[in-house]
Design a binder for this molecule. Structure first.
Ligand code: BGC
Length: 339
C-alpha cells in the first residue's frame, strides 16, 4: 500500500482539511478526508479495465460542510436512531437532541462527521483519532476514538477502536453511498444485491424499531438470494413503503454480510463486518445535487451498507449491547472489497 497526503481546503474558521490517498498493492485507490473521516472516492477497474469511482462525494470542503446526507462520513457517537432521543444508563436519564422527525439521528447536530480528526500514517493505513468529550451532544463519558483505514488486498478495511472513562453508548458506521456502475451514473435499482440476513428489525413509520425481529421470508426484505435492488423496492409493504425504499436494519446471520454487483460495470462489492446489523439505505431522501467533477446525484443514485448495532439498541436490552464501559476496549472491523 502506498499512502500520500494533500491539502483539501479549510473550514470557515481556518482549520485545514487534508485528503489522504491510499493505493492498494493491486492498484485500487481510495481517498479519505480527515474531515469526518470521510471516504471521498474509491476507484476500481470495471469489467473492461476502465477506472471507475464507485462512491458519491464532493470536490470541495465547502460542499462537505454544506451537505445533509453524510456522504462517505464516519457517523457517531450513535449512528442511526434513538427513539425520541431518550435513554437510561445506570438509572440516569439522558436526553439527546431531536434531529430526525421525533428521533435522534446519527449522533446529533454536530456528530463525528463534522469534525476534523487528527491523522497519521502507519503500517496498516491511515489512523484517525479524536477525543469526543464528556457531554458532547448529550452523551456521557470522554470517548477516545481511533479509526484506521487501509487496504488489505482488494478490501478497504475500516477498524474502529474506542475507550471511555464513563459508561456510554456507541454505534459507529461509515455512510458511503456506493454506485458500482460509477458515481453519477444514475440510479442503482439494477444492481444485484445479496444479504446474509434471515431477519430484520421491524420499524414504525418514523423508521424506529418496534422491538420485533421479523423474518425476511416472503417480504421485500428477502435478499438471501441475489436479486436486483429494484425488484421489490416499490412493493406496498410496511418494510419499504413508509421510507420510500430500503432504509432498514438487517439482522446479520453469516459472512460475508453482503455482495453487490453493478449491472453495467460488472464491479462486485463484498462487504463484511463483525457488527450484528447492517442498514441498507437506498438514498431515498437524497435530493438532486451536483457531485464530484460535474456528476449529478439524486434519488436512489447510491446505496449504503451501514454496518452497525441495531438502531435504538439502548432501548432494547434484549439486543446486542451498545454500552461501552471504562476498562473495556471497543474494537470492530468492517471491510468493503472490490473485484
Ligand atoms: C438513515 C436515513 C437517513 C440517512 C441520512 C440513513 O442512515 O437511515 O433515514 O435519511 O441516513 O442521509
Amino acid at each position: 500500500m502506498t499512502i500520500s497526503n494533500r491539502p483539501f481546503g479549510a473550514l470557515a474558521d481556518g482549520t485545514p482539511v487534508s485528503c489522504w490517498t491510499l493505493t492498494s498493492e493491486t492498484g485500487l485507490v481510495a481517498e479519505v478526508l480527515d474531515y469526518g473521516v470521510t471516504i471521498r472516492s474509491v476507484v476500481v477497474p470495471d469489467k473492461n479495465g476502465r477506472p471507475t469511482d464507485v462512491v458519491l462525494g464532493y470536490d470541495t470542503v465547502e460542499e462537505y460542510v454544506a451537505q445533509d446526507a453524510y456522504l462517505g462520513a464516519t457517523v457517531g457517537r450513535f449512528a442511526n436512531r434513538i427513539r425520541e432521543g431518550r435513554f437510561q444508563l445506570n438509572g440516569e436519564s439522558y436526553c439527546l437532541c431531536i434531529n430526525n422527525g421525533p428521533n435522534h439521528l446519527h449522533g446529533g447536530l454536530r456528530g463525528f462527521d463534522r469534525y476534523v480528526w487528527q491523522s497519521r500514517q502507519e503500517e496498516a493505513g491511515v489512523v484517525f483519532t479524536r477525543l469526543s468529550p464528556d457531554g458532547e451532544e448529550g452523551y456521557p463519558g470522554n470517548l477516545q476514538l481511533q479509526v484506521t483505514i487501509g487496504w488489505i488486498g482488494n478490501a478497504l478495511t475500516i477498524t474502529y477502536d474506542a475507550q471511555t472513562d464513563r459508561d456510554t453508548i456507541l454505534n459507529l458506521t461509515n455512510h458511503s453511498y456506493f454506485n458500482l456502475n460509477g458515481a453519477g451514473s444514475g440510479r442503482i435499482e439494477g444492481h444485484s444485491l445479496q444479504l446474509n440476513a434471515d431477519r430484520y428489525t421491524v420499524c414504525d413509520e418514523n423508521c424506529t424499531p418496534t422491538g420485533e425481529l421479523a423474518p425476511v421470508e416472503g417480504t421485500a426484505m428477502d435478499f438471501r438470494s441475489p436479486k436486483p435492488i429494484g425488484r421489490d423496492v416499490e412493493r406496498d409493504e410496511p418494510c419499504v413503503r413508509p421510507y420510500l425504499g430500503y432504509d432498514s436494519n438487517f439482522v446479520l446471520s453469516g459472512h460475508p454480510v453482503a455482495v453487490a454487483v453493478g449491472d453495467v460495470s460488472g464491479i462486485t462489492l463484498v462487504a463484511d463486518t463483525d457488527q450484528p446489523g447492517v442498514q441498507l439505505y437506498t438514498a431515498n431522501y437524497l435530493t438532486d445535487r451536483p457531485g464530484k467533477q460535474g456528476q449529478r446525484y439524486g434519488f436512489r443514485s447510491g446505496f449504503c451498507l451501514e454496518t452497525q448495532h441495531f438502531p435504538d439498541a439502548i432501548n432494547h436490552p434484549q439486543w446486542p449491547s451498545c454500552i461501552l464501559r471504562p476498562g473495556e476496549r471497543f474494537h470492530s472491523t468492517t471491510s468493503y472489497a472490490f473485484f
